[in-house]
Design a protein around this ligand. Structure first.
Ligand code: AHR
Length: 560
C-alpha cells in the first residue's frame, strides 16, 4: 500500500489536480490556489542553529570599516568593534562566525595578529590587487594592519554570542603553524608559552575554539591542489592534533568543492581513507560553496564581467537568480549521496560555509569595499529560500555561513565610517531565527509553478516553498513566494502523526515584501523595506493566508 507520505510526494510531483481534488484538504477543494500541509509526525531532525552562521573575511570593507573601527574611534564601539553591528547580531542569535577567510585565510599568518597591537606588522592583503585598491595608498583593505587578529575575533565572537570557526592556512604555512594556532587558542591557562602570550593579552583562560577549517577552496586560491593532494595535506595537518581535553572535541572541517562537483568529493574522500579508514571519524564536516550568479549578460562564470547588476534588474533576472539559487538543494543531495559511499555511519556532515548571490561591482557603498553590493528585496527572498533549503535537510547540513556579514556580497549590514544600516537579509535572519534548534518537520507545498522567458527560452520552478520546525507547542513555518506579481491564496493544514488535523490556538505572520522588487535600505532611508507583523484568524484546524508577491513570510503557529 502506498504510504501517505509517498502519496503526497507523488501528488506534488505532478500527478495533477484530479488526484489533489480528491483530498478534501487540498487547494482544489478549498478554493485556494495553493496548499501547504505540515506533517507534524514526520520529524526530519533537529535544525542546527549553526545553519544560521556568518562569514567574516579580511576583504574590502568587511573587517576594517565594517566591524573594526578601533577603540579610540568616535563611532560607538565596544572594545573597538562597531556597537550597532554587535547589537544587531545579538538580536538574531548569531550562532557561529567563520574567519579570517575565504581566500585571505590561505595567505594569513595568525602570528601577525597577536601581541601588542602597535607592534603588529603590516602585510599585503591577499585582495590588494583587486578593484580600485591599487593607488589608494596604505588603506587597511590593501595593506593589512593586523589590528584585528585572533584576540579581537574571539572578543567579537564573545560580544555577539557566536562561536568562532577559524580557517587555517594550508597553502602558505606549514602544518606546524596550524598546531601552534590551536595551541595558542586552546592550551590551558599557564600550560604553554603560547598560553602565556594569550594571558599577556588579557586572556588567561583558553578560547576553546571548537570549529577549525583546514584551508579554503583548495582547488583554487587555497593551493591549487588536486583532491588527492589535498586529502594528503588534510591528514598531515590534522593527524594527532592535540584536543586539550575539550568536550565535545575539535570539529575539523575539510574544504570541499563548489556547487555540484561531486567528483571532487569522491576523489577527496577516497584518498583520505585509503589505508587510514579511521580518519573519517576525525572529520566533522566537508564544506561546499555555492554562489548564485545573475548571469543575464553572457551566462559565464567569468570574474565580474558577465555578472548582472545588484539593483538594476528586470523580472527575468529576479527569476533567473532565484532559480539558480535553488540548484543548491540538488547539490546538497548529490554531495550527501557521494559522502555516504565512504561514510556509512554518516559521521561527516555538510558545511555550506559560503553562500549567497554575487553581482558585478558598482553598487558598493565605498570604493574600498571590494565585492560590496547593494542588497535588495531580491537578495532577501533568495536568502530565505536558501535557509529553507538548509532547514529541509537538518540531518545533512550541520553549518552554513552567509557570505559575507557586512559590506561584502550578501551582507546583513552595510557600514561606512559613522553610517550603518541593516539590509533586508538581516530581516530574513531575524524572521528565521525561531527555526534555530527546532525540530524540522516535513512540509508539502502545492502551488502552480512560476515561469519566465529568457531570450525566447522558457523556464519554470516552484511557485511557493518553505520549511517548518517545531519547538514544543509552537510551529514556525517560513514561506517564499517568488512570483513578482501574483499573490498566492493558500490553505495551510497541520496534520498530526495519526493524520488527523491538529488544532491551532493562535497564529501570527511577519511578512517582508515591497511593491518594488528593487527596494533596498540605504544610509539615507534605512527602513525602506521593513517586515510587518499581524495576527491571523484561525479556523481551528486550518489557516488561510495570502502570501503577497515577492515575499518572505514567517508564521508562528501555536498548537492547541
Ligand atoms: O567570499 C569571497 C570569496 O569567494 C572567498 O574569499 C572565496 O573563498 C570565494 O571564492
Amino acid at each position: 500500500m502506498m504510504q501517505r507520505r509517498d502519496f503526497l510526494r507523488t501528488s506534488t510531483l505532478g500527478l495533477g489536480a484530479a488526484v489533489l481534488a480528491k483530498l478534501p484538504s487540498f487547494a482544489a477543494a478549498s478554493g485556494a490556489d495553493a496548499h501547504i500541509e505540515i506533517l507534524l509526525g514526520e520529524a526530519l531532525g533537529a535544525i542546527s542553529p549553526n545553519i544560521y552562521g556568518h562569514f567574516v573575511e579580511h576583504l574590502g570593507g568587511v573587517v576594517y570599516d565594517g566591524i573594526w573601527v578601533g577603540e579610540n574611534s568616535k563611532i560607538p564601539n565596544i572594545h573597538g568593534m562597531r556597537k550597532d553591528l554587535v547589537e544587531h547580531l545579538r538580536r538574531i542569535h548569531a550562532p557561529v562566525v567563520r574567519w579570517p577567510g575565504g581566500c585571505f585565510a590561505d595567505s594569513y599568518d595568525w602570528k601577525d595578529g597577536i601581541g601588542p597591537r602597535e607592534k603588529r606588522p603590516r602585510r599585503t592583503n591577499f585582495w590588494a590587487g583587486e578593484g580600485k585598491l591599487p593607488g589608494k595608498g596604505n588603506v587597511p583593505q590593501a595593506f593589512e594592519p593586523n589590528a584585528f587578529g585572533t584576540n579581537e575575533f574571539i572578543q567579537f565572537s564573545r560580544l555577539t554570542g557566536a562561536q568562532p570557526y577559524l580557517a587555517a592556512n594550508v597553502r602558505s604555512l606549514p602544518a606546524e603553524d596550524f598546531y601552534r594556532w590551536v595551541e595558542y587558542c586552546n592550551s590551558p591557562a599557564g600550560s604553554t608559552s603560547l598560553a602565556e602570550m594569550r594571558a599577556a593579552a588579557g586572556f588567561p583562560e583558553p578560547f576553546n575554539v571548537r570549529y577549525w577549517g583546514v584551508g579554503n577552496e583548495p582547488w583554487g586560491c587555497g593551493g591549487q591542489f588536486t583532491p588527492e593532494e589535498y586529502a594528503t595535506e588534510f591528514r598531515r595537518y590534522t593527524a594527532w592534533l592535540p584536543g586539550y581535553g575539550m568536550d565535545p572535541g575539535l570539529a575539523l572541517i575539510a574544504a570541499g568543492p563548489s556547487d555540484g562537483q561531486t567528483d571532487w568529493t569522491r576523489a577527496f574522500l577516497k584518498k583520505l581513507i585509503e589505508g587510514h579508514s579511521g580518519v573519517i571519524n576525525s572529520l566533522y564536516g566537508l564544506s561546499i560553496h555555492h554562489y548564485s550568479w545573475d548571469l543575464a549578460r553572457g551566462r559565464t562564470h567569468e570574474w565580474n564581467a558577465a555578472k548582472g547588476d545588484a539593483v538594476k534588474f528586470e523580472a527575468v533576472d529576479w527569476f533567473e537568480l532565484l532559480h539558480e539559487g535553488d540548484t543548491l538543494e540538488g547539490f546538497i543531495e548529490d554531495h550527501w549521496k557521494a559522502m555516504g559511499e565512504f561514510d556509512a555511519k554518516r559521521h561527516v556532515k555538510l558545511v555550506v560555509d559560503e553562500w549567497g548571490p554575487w553581482y558585478k561591482p558598482g553598487t558598493e557603498v565605498d570604493s574600498t569595499h571590494l565585492l560590496g553590493q547593494m542588497i535588495t528585496l531580491r537578495d532577501a527572498v533568495m536568502s530565505a529560500a536558501t535557509l529553507d533549503i538548509f532547514n529541509r535537510h537538518p540531518e545533512k547540513v550541520a553549518m552554513a555561513n552567509c557570505a559575507q556579514l557586512v559590506n561584502c556580497l550578501n551582507s546583513l549590514f552595510l557600514a561606512h565610517e559613522d553610517k550603518f544600516v541593516a539590509t533586508p537579509v538581516f530581516d530574513v535572519f531575524e524572521m528565521y531565527a525561531p527555526h534555530q534548534g527546532g525540530q524540522g518537520v516535513r512540509s508539502v507545498f502545492n502551488a502552480p509553478d512560476v515561469s519566465y522567458d529568457r531570450d525566447g527560452k522558457s523556464a519554470s520552478f516552484w511557485g511557493l516553498k518553505g520549511s517548518a520546525s517545531l519547538k514544543e507547542k509552537v510551529l514556525t513555518l517560513t514561506v517564499v513566494n517568488p512570483d513578482v506579481s501574483r499573490p498566492r491564496e493558500t490553505e495551510i493544514v497541520l496534520r498530526t502523526a495519526a493524520s488527523g488535523a491538529a488544532g491551532i490556538k493562535a497564529a501570527r505572520v511577519t511578512t517582508l515584501t515591497d511593491a518594488d522588487i528593487h527596494a533596498h535600505n540605504t544610509f539615507e532611508n534605512p527602513r525602506a523595506v521593513r517586515p510587518q507583523t499581524k495576527d491571523l484568524s484561525t479556523g481551528g484546524a486550518a489557516l488561510r493566508h495570502t502570501f503577497p508577491p515577492a515575499s518572505v513570510s514567517a508564521l508562528q503557529i501555536t498548537l492547541a
